[in-house]
Design a protein around this ligand. Structure first.
Ligand code: KIV
Ligand code: NA
Length: 278
C-alpha cells in the first residue's frame, strides 16, 4: 500500500526522520522504493536535469503530470509529491485548484508550491478541496531572476523574521508539510520551532523533520553541486548495486540525523549557493 501522511507522522513520532528524494522516472523510483526512501518528489528541477533548461521556469504542468505518472507506475509504496510549476498557481486559488487536480489525477498525493503568506488563500482552497499541500520557503528557485541568483535567504534579521512569519502563515492556511531551502541553520531551527507541520530541509538544518536531495546531486552527476549536497556514490560498495546502496545509505543517514552534517548547512555569513546543475 502507498504510504500516507499518517504513516510519515507515526515514523516521526517514533523518533525517525523522513527521507525524500527527487525522481522523474519509473526506473529510479523503483530503486528508491527498494531502498526504503519515504517520499519521492517529482520536482520542477526536471527542467534542468531532464529537459536541459537553464532554470525551472519553462517547465509546464503537463511535463510534471507526465513524470508523476511515470514515477507512480514504477512504485507502490513511497509517498508521492508533485511540484506545481511556475505560473500554474500564482494567478488565483481557482487556477491553482484546477492545475493541482491534474497532478493529483496523474498520481500525486500532495502538491508543492513555492511562496509564503501571499499563498494563504490558495493553500486554504486546495486543503479544503482535499489536496494536501507542501509549502516551500527560503530560497525559491522560481524567483531566481527576481533574487538575482541562487542565494542563501534569511541572513539579515528582517529577512529571517519574514521567513518565520511565512512559515507560520503557510501552516495556518493548512499546509501539512513544508520544504525549507537554503536558509542558515539557526534560522531554519527558528522555523522548525515555530511550526508543527512536517519540515523538510535542503540546505537548512538537521533539526527539520526530514531532508530532501535532488537525485542527480546525490549520485554525484552535478558539475558544481551546492554546499548542501552529499555525494552518496562516494564510498558506495562496488557490488553492482551502488545506486541502491547510495539511496539506502541516504535514507538511513536522514532517518538517524547523521545527514546533514555541519559541512552541509549554512552559517549566518553564507552567500551564493553556487550554480545548481550548471
Ligand atoms: O524541484 C525540486 O527538485 C525541489 C527540491 C529541491 C526541493 O523543489
Ligand atoms: Na522545485
Amino acid at each position: 500500500m502507498r504510504s500516507t501522511l499518517n504513516v510519515l507522522r507515526k515514523k516521526l513520532a517514533a523518533g525517525r526522520k523522513i527521507s525524500m528524494l527527487t525522481c522523474y522516472d519509473a526506473g529510479f523510483a523503483k530503486v528508491m522504493e527498494d531502498a526504503e526512501v519515504d517520499c519521492i518528489l517529482v520536482g520542477d528541477t526536471l527542467g534542468m536535469l531532464v529537459q536541459g533548461r537553464d532554470s525551472t521556469l519553462p517547465v509546464l504542468l503537463q511535463d510534471i503530470a507526465y513524470h508523476v505518472s511515470c514515477v507512480a507506475r514504477g512504485t507502490r509504496r513511497p509517498f508521492l509529491l508533485a511540484d506545481m510549476p511556475f505560473g500554474t498557481y500564482q494567478e488565483s486559488p481557482q487556477q491553482a485548484l484546477r492545475n493541482a487536480v491534474t497532478l493529483m489525477q496523474a498520481g500525486a498525493q500532495m502538491v508543492k508550491i513555492e511562496g509564503g503568506a501571499e499563498l494563504a488563500p490558495t493553500i486554504e482552497l486546495l486543503t479544503r478541496s482535499g489536496i494536501p499541500v507542501c509549502g516551500h520557503i527560503g530560497l525559491l528557485p522560481s524567483h531566481v531572476h527576481a533574487l538575482g541568483g541562487y542565494r542563501v535567504q534569511g541572513k539579515e534579521d528582517a529577512e529571517a523574521r519574514r521567513i518565520v512569519a511565512d512559515a507560520r502563515a503557510v501552516e495556518a492556511a493548512g499546509a501539512a508539510m513544508m520544504v525549507i531551502e537554503a536558509v542558515p541553520d539557526p534560522v531554519a531551527r527558528q522555523v522548525c520551532e515555530a511550526v508543527q507541520l512536517i519540515t523538510i530541509g535542503i540546505g537548512a538544518s538537521v533539526a527539520c523533520s526530514g531532508q530532501v536531495l535532488v537525485l542527480h546531486d546525490m549520485l554525484g552527476l552535478t558539475a558544481t553541486p551546492a554546499k548542501f549536497v552529499k555525494n552518496y556514490m562516494v564510498g558506495a560498495p562496488a557490488g553492482g548495486d551502488a545506486v541502491l546502496q547510495a539511496f539506502r545509505r541516504y535514507a538511513q543517514e536522514v532517518e538517524t540525523g547523521a545527514f546533514p552534517g555541519v559541512e552541509h548547512v549554512y552559517g549566518m555569513t553564507a552567500g551564493n549557493i553556487g550554480t545548481p546543475y550548471g
